[in-house]
Design a protein. Structure first.
Length: 257
């Protein structure tokens, strides 16, 4: 079986550089292109890549994915800033590229991962399973001060999964008697409060808090080094080539959904 040819977008950044090194050191993969800030994404610059990994920034990541699809490559996305509308546009683009006569089965795949850390994916999965059993739920995410978005994509993904589980269980909003000072209560993500901390010395951390009368459950995940994300990145690259259509969350690749 031939090597998977990989291009990395945002190769000049910390995550992009780490991804390049991981691909170069992985069996069955070959790094064929490194694209940095200002580089155009096209069939020519992707240099025949089977998979393009996007570690850019929210302002350009969606346009990059559309360009990758137009170039005939699969996409693995680690950049944040995605919402329901941007994901829907990618899904529609994939449907347009579906080969004639194959129904809804698209040949290309896009995997958007809010987090590649296996511990983070497990924490999100455990939180979604626990959410239906607790009256209160809140999320705290902690990152380095160079992160450009808040709350993080991981925290949003976590909160959305918690909110879905609570709705399916028939739970109402978490109790909260706050009448003033709402700006101190964090972002509201589908009814789940999310608090963002930006502090020098941190990498990526998340704490998910659940409460009932007389008890508390805390799920905590810590990523101390970006190297911890690379097994998930490599898994996503290997998986997306045989996973047509849009996949959101590494938990589906890990069969945890």
């Amino acid at each position: 079986m031939s090597d998977i040819k990989v291009a990395v977008l945002g190769a000049g950044g910390r995550m992009g550089a780490q991804a390049c090194a991981a691909v170069e050191g992985a069996d069955g993969m070959r790094l064929v292109a490194r694209l940095g800030r200002g580089d155009t994404v096209s069939a020519k610059t992707l240099a025949g890549a089977d998979v393009a990994v996007d570690f850019t920034v929210p302002a350009v990541t969606e346009a990059n994915v559309h360009a990758v699809l137009d170039a005939g490559a699969h996409a693995v996305v680690g950049a944040t800033g995605w919402d329901d509308d941007s994901r829907a546009r990618v899904a529609a683009h994939l449907a347009e590229l579906s080969p004639r006569g194959t129904g809804s089965q698209e040949s290309l795949g896009v995997l958007i991962a809010p987090n590649f850390g296996l511990s983070a994916v497990l924490a999100m999965t455990f939180a979604a399973k626990a959410a239906r059993y607790f009256e209160s739920a809140e999320v705290i995410e902690l990152h380095h001060p160079n992160k450009v978005d808040a709350p993080s994509g991981t925290a949003r993904h976590t909160a959305e999964a918690i909110a879905t589980a609570r709705a399916e269980a028939g739970l109402g909003p978490s109790p909260d008697a706050t009448e003033a000072g709402w700006e101190a209560r964090g972002a509201d993500v589908d009814g789940v409060r999310v608090h963002a901390v930006r502090l020098r010395g941190l990498v990526a951390h998340e704490e998910i808090l659940f409460g009932n009368e007389g008890e508390q459950l805390v799920i905590r995940q810590d990523s101390f080094d970006r190297a911890s994300f690379m097994p998930g990145v490599l898994l996503a690259i290997r998986s997306v080539v045989s996973r047509p259509g849009l996949t959101v969350g590494l938990e589906h690749v890990l069969d945890l959904s």
